[in-house]
Design a protein around this ligand. Structure first.
Ligand SMILES: [Zn+2]
Ligand SMILES: [Zn+2]
Length: 322
């Protein structure tokens, strides 16, 4: 069932149930197809990593990934009625242009535009601590396997839609925008594996497992690189591309955070960076600019040099090499 967004009521009493209704037929089909595919490839990956005695999976890490996914999916579904049915619909109803009349052109442009906006969302997530505090959950596993792909940034549904407002303003329907995001996200999940090497000519324009391994690396050279979800061209154009380097050129990838989160509980897994921000803001003798930087500066920024940003870590690594 595809809803006519113009008929969506402004106020919803049962937003969670309504959120589920907001899943278009395309969304439902995508879930129906992708879920068994995930199950099969996860099974194969577990089997191969066990056979090769590689510790790609642990029960604890897998359960954490599942837990974070369920939290994120619940929040997304509960809030969907608001961000699809109300906010994006408002902008769609005040759009500047009519939608593209040729269906395949409409969908190609929508996927490209959505992926482009996601790149900027992801870039801001990595460069502004306030948003990193949400996105960090996706990066806090020291493993890299298909289930890390569903280790979601729990709170992201609360602000992701902001980046999609321009799409609604140029005539893409909110329900199609939400589907385009889900479709590119399906690819984004599938690139979380160590079992696939480089993919030849696909490496030129698609985000591949090799590109995304770099994205999850905490090695200074790999921090905040390869931010695309579906296409890697955005990283290549906007200066955040970093190929995976062979052992002869650089150290092996160390997955996870530069500073592990410490005690892992269901609460700290989601909120540890918020708690760190709170502690930083309580420090004595901070200027207004220090406080701003602790909230909106790059992750790792510190007023006393006790921690380091990605750029500082990279600089230190380069200086040590010389
Ligand atoms: Zn990221
Ligand atoms: Zn990832």
């Amino acid at each position: 069932m595809i809803l006519n967004v113009r008929k969506i009521p402004i106020i919803s009493l049962q937003s969670f149930i309504f959120g589920a209704v907001m899943l278009s037929a395309k969304d439902q089909l995508l879930i129906l197809i992708s879920t068994p595919i995930y199950m099969i490839i996860i099974g194969i990956e577990v089997f191969i990593s066990n056979a090769k005695s590689r510790a790609s999976y642990t029960v604890k890490d897998t359960l954490q990934n599942l837990y974070l996914n369920i939290l994120n999916a619940s929040l997304d579904l509960g809030f969907r009625a608001i961000y699809v049915g109300v906010i994006l619909t408002f902008f769609y109803n005040h759009r500047f242009t009519n939608s593209i009349p040729i269906p395949w052109v409409y969908w190609v442009v929508l996927i490209l535009f959505e992926d482009f906006m996601y790149y900027w969302l992801h870039r801001v997530d990595h460069h502004v601590r306030f948003f990193w505090a949400t996105h960090v959950t996706h990066h806090s596993s020291d493993k890299f396997n298909f289930t890390v792909g569903i280790r979601s940034s729990v709170m992201e549904p609360l602000y992701r839609f902001i980046y999609f407002i321009p799409l609604a303003l140029v005539g893409f329907t909110p329900i199609d925008i939400a589907f385009a995001y889900s479709a590119t996200q399906t690819w984004g999940i599938l690139v979380h594996t160590e079992r696939i090497n480089k993919l030849g000519w696909l490496e030129y324009f698609l985000v591949t497992p090799s590109h995304h391994r770099v994205h999850h690396g905490s090695n200074p050279r790999y921090l905040d690189k390869n931010l695309g979800m579906f296409l890697i061209i955005w990283d290549k154009w906007f200066g955040t591309f970093q190929p995976e380097l062979p052992a002869t050129e650089y150290q092996p990838i160390k997955y996870g955070l530069t500073k592990p989160i410490g005690r892992e509980t269901p609460v700290t897994l989601v909120f540890h960076e918020w708690d760190n921000m709170r502690k930083d803001l309580k420090k004595k003798h901070l200027t207004l600019k220090d406080r701003w930087n602790y909230l909106f500066g790059p992750p790792g920024w510190s007023h006393d040099g006790s921690r380091f940003t990605s750029e500082q870590l990279r600089k230190m690594e380069n200086e040590n090499k010389q």
